[in-house]
Design a protein around this ligand. Structure first.
Ligand code: 13P
Length: 269
């Protein structure tokens, strides 16, 4: 199975100049990596998600490279245009050349009160506009402490079930255009990580749950996110249930981001 390593740049870097430095670094090192690794070992798909203000420029810059580009969110209100100040639609994202969007990140759920209904709208617009979705789910520290992880992810995954109920024909499309990222909220940016065994069990549960929604979702890609770095990537990559990583802080430097990608490359050999 192909691994995915995705960099969520969040509200970084500060300037276009810093974005260009990061991109130059990434592209130079990816080119070097492509020269030194055989095609067979090059199994990790890379993707980066810049902020909206940098999306079009990053997308244009990566157009002829192997690195994909994603938005970090899209409008729930309209798939195309409308009077929604501050929003960007799935169509506008698609117009930049970006083929994917992150949805449901815990920071959006926390700071923008994104509800299940809102996420269903966003996912519907993305899928109908041909934009793939990296759908983030995960429990808070309190929910983890009282062992509610599986209950929480089930509730969050019900958005996918609701989409399928509304559009049964989208099952095959979702199989190609949906990735789930399990990100325990307490592990994001904290340096704290669950054990690989805990992540593995949760991923197994996620895969079984979505397979229960539709047969075509039987081989869903499930990524882990939360304090992944160059030092711990090998241990996550070694587990067959972990298909890649959604990386925050460590994606802001080409060397740490590509070290994580290399760990998943090696593991899929
Ligand atoms: P960190 O890798 O900085 O913990 O962030 C993870 C994340 O939120 C990616 O979406």
């Amino acid at each position: 199975m192909q691994a995915w390593v995705i960099g969520n740049w969040k509200q970084n870097p500060a300037t276009s100049q810093d974005v260009n430095i990061l991109l130059d670094d990434l592209l130079a090192n990816v080119a070097k990596k492509d020269q030194t690794t055989s095609e067979v070992s090059n199994r990790c798909q890379l993707m980066v998600a810049p902020s909206f203000i940098h999306l079009a420029a990053v997308s244009a810059c990566l157009k002829d490279s192997s690195i994909l580009c994603a938005a970090q969110d899209i409008s729930a209100h309209s798939p195309s245009t409308g009077a929604y100040t501050g929003d960007c639609s799935a169509q506008q994202v698609s117009d930049t050349g970006a083929k994917w969007t992150i949805l449901g990140h815990s920071e959006r759920r926390q700071y923008h009160q994104e509800s299940q209904d809102c996420l269903l709208q966003k996912m519907t617009h993305a899928i109908n506009q041909g934009i793939g979705v990296v759908f983030c789910i995960g429990e808070t520290q309190t929910q983890y402490d009282v062992k509610e992880t599986l209950q929480v992810v089930d509730e969050q995954l019900s958005v996918i079930k609701a989409l399928l109920a509304q559009q049964p024909d989208s099952a095959n499309l979702l199989a190609e255009r949906l990735i789930v990222a399990y990100e325990p909220v307490w592990a994001i940016g904290t340096g704290k990580v669950p054990t690989v065994e805990e992540v593995s069990k949760t991923h197994q549960h996620i895969k079984q749950t979505v397979a229960g929604f539709a047969d075509s979702l039987g081989s869903m890609t499930v990524l882990y996110g939360g304090s992944v770095n160059a030092d711990n990537a090998d241990s996550f990559a070694a587990d067959a249930m972990i298909d890649g990583a959604l990386v925050g802080g460590a994606s802001l430097k080409a060397d740490s981001f590509l070290a994580i990608a290399n760990a998943f490359d090696r593991a899929s050999l």
